[in-house]
Design a binder for this molecule. Structure first.
Ligand SMILES: [Fe+2]
Ligand SMILES: [Fe+2]
Length: 262
């Protein structure tokens, strides 16, 4: 089965790219399922019930997130009632929402999705490696097809979790840096891997925000308002081809699709 996994969708331009491009990509690649990271979908940071609903109505079957998930407090009750949006599983016990879930493809095949957040240069949460062990054991009782969104800053932490989970999950893909890496591969025991999917949003930006404002921040060291540019929009992600019986990945292909030519 073929699954498109889309990197961090940023603001209104990101949502627009999903709305316009996902139906085309579905047709072109014969996709069975579409998954997107939504942590930046509301104005560039965070996710609201309305923006999550929009992504789901634009053809995303399931949403993962990251450390920005907590920005709008109304997302907490929403997550508790919306099994198609998850947050990193390794936040301490007792937090709202789920860290993993199951989505069923139109043909009836179940796919497990696990979201983790890294600890290097991010918050001091529970160990993503040990939490992955626990969650994968749970998901494997339902299905051999498991996708992992490792939301992390450090390449080393992402690569390490890829090797750690090789042969136990179908794919480990990274999010959070908003810059697509070129290291896609199938690891020796059958797990598809990519360090970062990249961003779905304005390409002429600094990870989705206006260039001038970010440079000003670096020059002055002072907090600035960061706006999301509307032009030069790109959708980034991967298409993973997974054996629906064994859960092994056969292929991983990077996707970079422009909303309009530029
Ligand atoms: Fe992000
Ligand atoms: Fe993030």
């Amino acid at each position: 089965m073929k699954i498109l996994i889309i990197g961090d969708v940023v603001g209104n331009p990101g949502r627009e790219a999903v709305r316009a491009l996902v139906p085309q990509l579905r047709q072109r690649h014969g996709l069975d399922l579409v998954i997107a990271n939504c942590e930046n979908v509301a104005g560039g940071a965070g996710v609201t019930p309305k923006t999550a609903d929009e992504l789901l109505s634009f053809g995303c079957d399931f949403l993962t997130s990251g450390q920005h998930i907590w920005r709008y407090k109304e997302i907490c009750p929403y997550m508790n009632g919306q099994p198609r949006l998850i947050r990193p599983a390794n936040y301490p016990t007792g937090n709202p929402g789920n860290g993993s879930g199951i989505v069923t493809a139109p043909g009836g095949v179940k796919v497990g999705v696990l979201n983790l957040v890294g600890r290097v240069f991010l918050e001091n949460v529970d160990c993503p490696f040990r939490v992955a062990d626990r969650e994968i054991e749970k998901l494997r009782k339902e299905t051999p097809i498991i996708l992992v969104d490792m939301h992390a800053e450090a390449t080393s932490e992402k690569v390490a979790i890829g090797w750690y989970l090789d042969g136990r999950v179908s794919a480990v893909v990274g999010t959070h840096t908003h810059i697509q890496t070129a290291d896609e591969r199938i690891l020796p025991k059958g797990t598809a891997y990519l360090t970062d999917l990249g961003m779905t949003g304005p390409y002429n930006s600094v990870i989705g925000r206006k260039v001038g404002q970010i440079i000003e921040r670096f020059l002055t060291g002072r907090p600035q308002k960061f706006d999301v540019p509307e032009e030069n929009v790109i959708l980034c992600g991967v298409v993973v081809d997974v054996d629906s019986k064994t859960g092994c990945a056969h292929n991983i292909t990077r996707v970079q699709e422009r909303l309009l030519p530029f």
